[in-house]
Design a protein around this ligand. Structure first.
Ligand code: THU
Length: 125
């Protein structure tokens, strides 16, 4: 699966976003080192702090199915390019520091950055 295909998976996932409060739909697609793809969407809640981002949804799905090694995560939104929030950056950094983050307004204009560029000197216990 290449970067463009992973981005397309994230875009397809937008359909399932549950964002009745912000109306800002986010879709993510996470690629494991063994080639599986886990998608995720933002799932909002009327108690706003209960909201989970698309990126963490994808990670939680993968980890709860036994996958812990990842190569790339693509993310997009109903408004085009989006970068992971601070909580998601730390959450993803937990599982390795060589993850590529793929984003962009569409599959022809992708931006690829390392998690360590988005979160330099991330926290580790
Ligand atoms: N959101 C994500 O899903 N990922 C991010 O990295 C940033 C924010 C969601 C959370 C909320 O449902 C909506 O975008 C507006 O903050």
């Amino acid at each position: 699966m290449n970067e463009k295909e992973l981005y397309q998976k994230a875009k397809q996932a937008l359909e399932y976003s549950y964002a009745p409060y912000s109306r800002f739909r986010v879709g993510a697609a996470l690629l494991t080192t063994s080639g599986e793809v886990f998608t995720g969407v933002n799932v909002e809640n009327s108690s706003f702090g209960g909201t989970i981002c698309a990126e963490r949804t994808a990670f939680v799905k993968a980890i709860s199915e036994g996958f812990r090694d990842f190569t790339a995560l693509a993310v997009t939104s109903s408004e085009g390019e989006v970068y992971p929030c601070g909580i998601c950056r730390q959450f993803m950094f937990e599982f390795g520091d060589d993850l590529k983050i793929i984003t962009g307004d569409d599959e022809e204009h992708l931006n690829v950055v390392e998690i360590t560029e988005l979160l330099p000197k991330g926290f580790r216990l």
